[in-house]
Design a protein around this ligand. Structure first.
Ligand code: FAD
Length: 368
């Protein structure tokens, strides 16, 4: 996999080394168009981890951690996306609960698969249970590569808005370092200090301080949400809908309680996971993790109401056509103004970032 001119990783065939077996073409999901054999009508749950600390450290309700803990407890392996020391995002394999935090939390950038497909095959051949987490297209790629769906492999994808390029993220971090005048030790896309629904990123800089990224400092995320920085294939994604490619799908349960009353409204500031059990293996994985989770059955209608990416991919905005050309020319500074929110949304964002959600709620109640 090598970076293209926009910095997205793409497969490149080394013609000199190619034996012409065409295995790459036979296993490439977009080329084979192989359909998933998972459920067209998955079982839907809302859920959250019973341990408040784990939940606070997770993007949504911490469902991933409960699934991973149940696999690791049985001597299995968990494969997912982690930050490297250089703040690059790549898939790694972990075998000990102490390493779980490296996989926790969403990283809104394309993750390098490196050798994890091959490693997964080796672990499965050794008879070990493997939990592999990735974007829907990564899961489709893995199952196609393995050409098998052994009982010991559990695949988990998530509702996916799409991925920006690793090069854009690198430029963004460089730009932030200039703004802070210090090197960045750690980046968190989902800092929940201002509540789950108020998605905010934060950085830890050289002096150990964890700073929330407000206003223009969070423009990478605003551009991601607006869909201006996604991989071209994300706008044509074929894995959004049902049947999903994985045994279990995770997401944020945005809009919980909007279709039918949700009996735990006090939980909505802490993070609620959406879980779709897409196969019997998905059911059994959930069953094993259930002692660590609170699970509430919900409907597909409610799951889809605010999670548009269970129905269709992100729309490609006109600004996408020139976006990466500007990045190549002038780095993140060249696109920072493109990524800025329109004036009206900037005002709403300011309130979200600077006034605690509980205060906003109280003011709304008083206004009524
Ligand atoms: C690029 C991206 C887009 C997303 N878009 C949406 C969306 O539109 N709607 C929605 O409801 N949810 C979306 N999610 C999922 C959501 O942000 C949470 O990751 C999910 O709900 C799981 O949360 P959790 O609390 O259970 O676990 P967490 O502890 O947050 O676990 C996150 C898991 O995702 C894996 N992961 C993180 N980053 C990547 C990556 N870049 N590539 C592959 N795997 C990764 C980690 O390995 C870990 O297993 C997206 C996630 C990503 C990474």
């Amino acid at each position: 996999m090598i970076a293209d001119e926009e910095g997205f990783l793409r497969p490149l065939v080394e013609e000199d080394a190619c034996s012409g077996c065409a295995l790459c073409e036979k296993t490439c999901p977009p080329l084979t168009g192989r359909a998933s054999d998972k459920r067209a009508n998955p079982n839907v749950f809302a859920g959250w981890h019973k341990d408040p600390e784990i939940r606070a450290k997770s993007s949504s309700g911490g469902a991933f951690s409960a699934l991973a803990q149940s696999i690791l407890a049985d001597g299995g392996v968990v494969v997912g996306a982690a930050f490297s020391e250089k703040n690059e995002v790549a898939h790694i394999c972990i075998e000990h609960p102490g390493d779980l935090d490296r996989l926790r939390r969403s990283k809104y950038v394309q993750s390098r698969i490196d050798g994890t497909f091959q490693a997964t095959r080796t672990f499965l051949e050794q008879g070990r249970r493997v939990l592999f987490v990735g974007t829907p297209c990564q899961i489709a790629g893995l199952t196609s590569y393995l050409d098998d769906d052994p009982d010991t492999l559990f695949t988990v994808d998530f509702i996916c808005h799409g991925v920006p390029s690793p090069e854009l993220f690198r430029c963004y971090l460089e730009w932030l370092e200039n703004r802070f005048g210090q090197s960045l030790d750690a980046f968190n896309f989902r800092d929940k200090r201002q509540g789950w629904q108020n998605v905010m990123a934060s950085v830890r800089v050289g002096d150990g301080k964890q700073s929330l990224l407000k206003g223009p400092l969070n423009s990478y995320y605003h551009g991601f949400v607006a869909g201006v920085s996604l991989r071209p294939s994300c706008y044509e994604c074929r894995h959004m809908n049902y049947p999903r490619p994985s045994d279990l799908t995770l997401g944020d349960f945005w809009g919980i309680g909007e279709v039918e009353p949700f009996p735990f409204p006090e939980q909505t500031t802490r993070g609620i996971s959406l879980l779709l059990a897409n196969s019997e293996k998905g059911d059994s994985l959930l069953h094993k993790a259930a002692p660590k989770l609170v699970l509430v059955e919900r409907t597909r209608e409610e799951a889809q109401r605010r999670n548009i990416h269970l129905q269709r991919p992100a729309k490609r905005p006109a600004a996408r056509d020139t976006f990466y050309g500007k990045v190549a020319q002038s780095g993140f500074a060249g696109v920072e103004t493109v990524l800025r929110l329109p004036l009206k949304r900037r005002a709403v964002q300011w309130v979200k970032e600077n006034i605690h959600p509980d205060v906003v709620k109280r003011l709304r109640r008083m206004a009524r």
